[in-house]
Design a protein around this ligand. Structure first.
Ligand SMILES: [Zn+2]
Ligand SMILES: [Zn+2]
Length: 266
């Protein structure tokens, strides 16, 4: 039917998916349907202003700078472009929001956009989430799950109403088998998971709350249903070739290394 848009599934784009920032490789930001962003490591540096204006909500996995650094600049851009803007939701467990408020939006590091232009209608609306409790955004149910990283940290399960498609974005994580077991009781269509380091750096990976290809294999084995696709993310650019080779050697079907700018549709 002309003019009727029929939606057939999820569309998520890796604006940035790197574990370190070097020219052409940027920090974590995943954009769902142009409106919902997961992490804000690469927004104002890579999206043009029109695309920045379309963002309605930003879900944050944890407070490390590589995942939050663009929130202040996004608030500033949107406010300057449209002072009447209805505001952007920043959603995360309360402990994460408190850190952002205390250490970034404190009037010292950056203006407090949680009360600009007014506390009643601020540019950034902080919404506290509870672990394992879904919230609805557009036609998605989004649920934070505890993963294994420094400080308070979650990954997000995104379930599309109607199609039943399921995506999990891990953020940064080390081994978290309890969570994978829960998630794997039903099939995931797409699993974006941290593989920051090569196998030779397993000690550093575990100490800093990250995974290697061989650790990933062990984690996946705990899932009753194997995900439709598994994409390794947050790899350190200095070890990309090594990580890619080691992922391939695992011999796991539908496992790949996600590239910056890559769009996934399922
Ligand atoms: Zn981190
Ligand atoms: Zn990170």
């Amino acid at each position: 039917m002309p003019g009727v848009q029929i939606k057939t599934g999820m569309r998520i784009r890796a604006v940035g998916c790197s574990g370190s920032e070097t020219p052409g490789r940027n920090f974590a930001s995943y954009l769902l349907d142009e409106k919902i962003l997961f992490d804000a490591g690469s927004v104002t540096n890579l999206l043009d202003i029109e695309d920045q204006m379309k963002i309605e909500a930003v879900f944050i996995t944890h407070t490390h700078l590589d995942h939050v650094k663009c929130i202040p600049f996004l608030a500033d851009n949107v406010f300057l472009k449209d002072p009447q803007h209805k505001g952007i939701v920043v959603a995360a467990p309360a402990a994460i929001l408190e850190v952002l408020k205390r250490h970034i939006f404190n009037g010292v590091i950056w203006p407090d956009f949680t009360s600009i232009p007014s506390p009643e209608a601020p540019m950034l609306q902080f919404v506290a989430l509870k672990e394992e409790e879904p919230c609805m955004v557009n036609n998605y149910s989004i649920t934070p799950y505890r993963i294994n990283h420094n400080g308070p940290a979650v990954g997000y399960l995104v379930e599309e109403q109607g199609t039943g498609k399921r995506l999990f974005y891990s953020g940064d994580t080390g081994p978290a088998q309890k969570t994978w077991k829960m998630l794997g009781s039903k099939p995931l269509d797409c699993f974006l998971i941290d593989v920051s380091f090569p196998n030779a750096m397993e000690r550093q990976a575990l100490a800093s709350g990250h995974l290697t290809p061989s650790l990933l294999k062990r984690e996946l084995e705990t899932m009753q249903h194997k995900p439709g696709m598994v994409w390794a993310i947050h790899s350190k650019p200095f070890f990309l070739e090594e990580i890619a080779r080691e992922l391939e050697e695992l011999g796991i079907e539908n496992l790949g290394l996600l590239a910056q700018g890559q769009q996934l549709e399922f």
